[in-house]
Design a binder for this molecule. Structure first.
Ligand code: SF4
Ligand code: FES
Length: 329
């Protein structure tokens, strides 16, 4: 099988592509192929890896224009991998010599500058975590800080992040501006904001809702589609937007209750009406449709028709939001 690999010896942009022929056996991963090239064909080929088990997050690359972990991607299954992403130039522009039917294309992760070959500079990605101070300040004392299984469930999804930056590399907003904090940092901020053993949770809300944070996200949801650990940063960002909107603009919002959970199946962009006043989510970008009567007296619900990708893809569990209206996470 042929592999067309982006090369750059000095940093900056991709300068050229080298093609290598490697025999592929069942179960062989993209990372195995890179090792084989390095061992047998070209010892100068540079790429990152460590755990080889989808835990350290260091081997993220772009394969056939899809960001993925090299160690978790089997070469013979690549043809079955079909995920539609909203495109931006790095995901759209292909090298003119590339024959997609005959070659596997391997490139560095987009939205981060190249240091050498497939190794990118992760500094902007980690700087966002530092800027938001995404760590806890432990309280003095030896008392155990207990957490119930239900409280733990609130952060399970977000605590799974391995900081691979695949979401950052797939995000059209990160492609457009280096100012945006990025999906992973915002997902981590939500993890701390929901942490029941954490003091001063409001600082994570403040950090996530600055103009370069959740407000800058277009809710395109590429991050949800590509995350190898099912973290779904777009869901966290959506909830930050919702909490911010409720606290700033909506006089009918109830006091924040971000931790109380409930199961419900309403569509994403439902809008509640009470006493002739519509409570409309800022996340609904389409104009209101004619109202549909609900079974509850005095309350009508209507949908703006925007598909809830987060819920659709992987989240049956929904959260009772800070607002009167319920939104999925
Ligand atoms: S949220 Fe997912 S894609 Fe983004 S850094 Fe964490 S594990 Fe990687
Ligand atoms: S080598 Fe650690 S995630 Fe791939």
């Amino acid at each position: 099988m042929l592999f067309r690999i982006a090369r750059n010896r000095t940093g900056g942009e991709i300068t050229h592509y080298d093609v290598y022929e490697i025999p592929v056996t069942r179960g062989m991963t993209v990372l195995d192929v890179l090792f084989k090239i390095q061992d047998e064909k070209d010892p100068t080929l540079s790429f990152r890896n460590s755990c080889r088990g989808a835990v350290c997050g260091s081997c993220a690359v772009l394969v056939n224009k899809m960001p993925m972990l090299a160690c978790r991607t089997q070469v013979l299954r690549l043809r079955e991998t079909k995920t539609d992403l909203t495109k931006f130039p790095a995901l759209e522009n292909t090298p003119s010599e590339w024959d997609p039917d005959a070659e596997i294309l391997i490139e560095p992760l987009p939205n981060l500058s190249v240091l050498k070959d497939l190794v990118v500079d992760m500094t902007p990605f980690f700087n966002a975590l530092k800027r938001m101070r995404l760590w806890t300040n432990p309280v003095e004392g030896d008392e155990p800080r207990r957490q119930s299984p239900d409280d733990r469930k609130l952060i399970d999804r977000y605590a799974n992040c391995i900081l691979c930056a695949i979401c950052y590399g797939s995000c059209p907003v990160n492609a457009r501006t280096t100012e945006y904090l990025g999906p992973a940092a915002l997902a981590k901020a939500w993890r701390f904001y929901q942490g029941t053993r954490i003091e001063d949770r409001s600082r994570y809300l403040e950090a996530a809702t600055i103009s370069e944070g959740a407000p800058m996200c277009d809710l395109i949801m590429n991050c949800v589609r590509v995350c190898p650990k099912g973290v779904a940063p777009g869901g966290a960002i959506r909830r930050f937007k919702q909490v911010q909107w409720c606290s700033e603009s909506n006089p009918l919002c109830r006091p924040s209750q971000p931790r109380s959970t409930t199961i419900q199946t309403k569509p994403a962009c439902e809008v509640s009406h009470q006493s002739d006043v519509a409570i409309q989510s800022p996340l609904c970008e389409k104009p209101l449709q004619p109202a549909v009567e609900s079974t509850e007296p005095d309350v009508q619900v209507q949908s703006c028709g925007v598909e809830n990708i987060v819920n659709h893809v992987m989240m049956p569990k929904l959260i009772q939001s800070a607002c009167h209206a319920e939104y999925p996470i």
